[in-house]
Design a binder for this molecule. Structure first.
Ligand code: NAD
Length: 261
């Protein structure tokens, strides 16, 4: 546990399942107060609130589409109204869909970019606005992916969004470092969440994904939650502008394993 996190207030976007819920649970274990944003799954958000409370924290669920500018402000207001402050903002919400690029519609491109990249910008802007106007040394964590680095054919819009998150994170980190606002990203590899449920239910696909991971296993959402807690805490006080890969070594060019190549 990180003592400095106790009673800190966090907003987590897309927190009703998967990695978002795992981060919320870990923040609960740190005795934090968490605004859990959800898009449409109210029951999932209620369950996430109970999970945080059972872990020792406090939580409150707020519906909002994070690709809409007014939403981010509403989430800041909810943090202040319910918990009196804002310290940590986690831009976690994300989506993906698969299309060969020649068949990718503008609508599908925009849907993914709007959530994965514009949503990160809007959340960051709202958090910065609060941090700067309250002279706070706030903390922003953006959920990127190994695909900010590894190309992913038939997911060009997803890879472009995460590549954008990488340089956005680095740029904003540099811009506000002197204000002691830290901005980092997390790059998960293959993590066992609903986004991957169909893929990992198929033994062949599970095997082929696992083969791309030097540690030879799929990651757990709580392993991403642990990275988020460390980045949010003062234990990472001199860290800004990085992507912390939580990927079992997936970004290490596993095809070269055993001296191949
Ligand atoms: P998930 O599908 O389980 O959760 C994604 C969450 O984002 C859901 O709660 C969803 O409702 C929310 N969301 C989507 N659009 C939204 C919107 N417009 N407004 C508010 N919320 C919205 O997926 P996950 O695996 O938990 O993914 C979380 C993040 O981690 C995403 O950014 C994803 O790209 C990233 N990621 C996941 C993996 C993985 O293997 N699971 C790997 C790399 C990166």
């Amino acid at each position: 546990m990180y003592e400095d996190l106790q009673n800190k207030v966090a907003v987590i976007t897309g927190g009703s399942k998967g990695i978002g819920t795992a981060i919320a649970e870990r923040f609960g274990k740190e005795h934090m107060k968490v605004v859990i944003n959800y898009h449409s799954d109210a029951a999932g958000a209620d369950a996430a609130v109970k999970t945080v409370e059972a872990a020792g924290g406090q939580a409150y669920a707020v519906q909002a589409d994070i690709s809409d500018e007014a939403s981010a402000k509403r989430l800041v207001d909810a943090a202040v109204e319910h918990f009196g402050d804002l310290d940590v903002w986690v831009n976690n919400a994300g989506m993906e869909n698969q299309h060969p690029t020649a068949e990718l519609s503008l609508a599908d491109w925009q849907r993914v970019i709007n959530v994965n990249l514009t949503g990160v910008f809007l959340g960051t802007k709202a958090a910065l606005d609060y941090f700067l106007s309250h002279d706070k040394q706030g903390n922003i964590i953006n959920m990127s992916s190994v695909h900010e680095q590894i190309p992913w054919p038939t997911f060009a819009h997803y890879a472009a969004s995460k590549g954008g998150v990488k340089l956005f994170t680095e740029t904003v980190a540099m811009e506000y470092a002197a204000k002691k606002i830290r901005v980092n990203a997390i790059g998960p590899g293959a993590i066992n969440t609903p986004i991957n449920a169909q893929k990992f239910a198929d033994p062949e696909q599970l095997k082929s994904t696992t083969a791309m991971v030097p540690m030879q296993r799929i990651g757990k959402p709580e392993e991403v939650g642990a990275a988020a807690a460390w980045l949010a805490s003062n234990e990472s006080s001199y860290v800004t502008g990085i992507t912390l890969f939580v990927d079992g070594g997936m970004t290490l060019y596993p095809a070269f394993q055993g001296g191949k190549g």
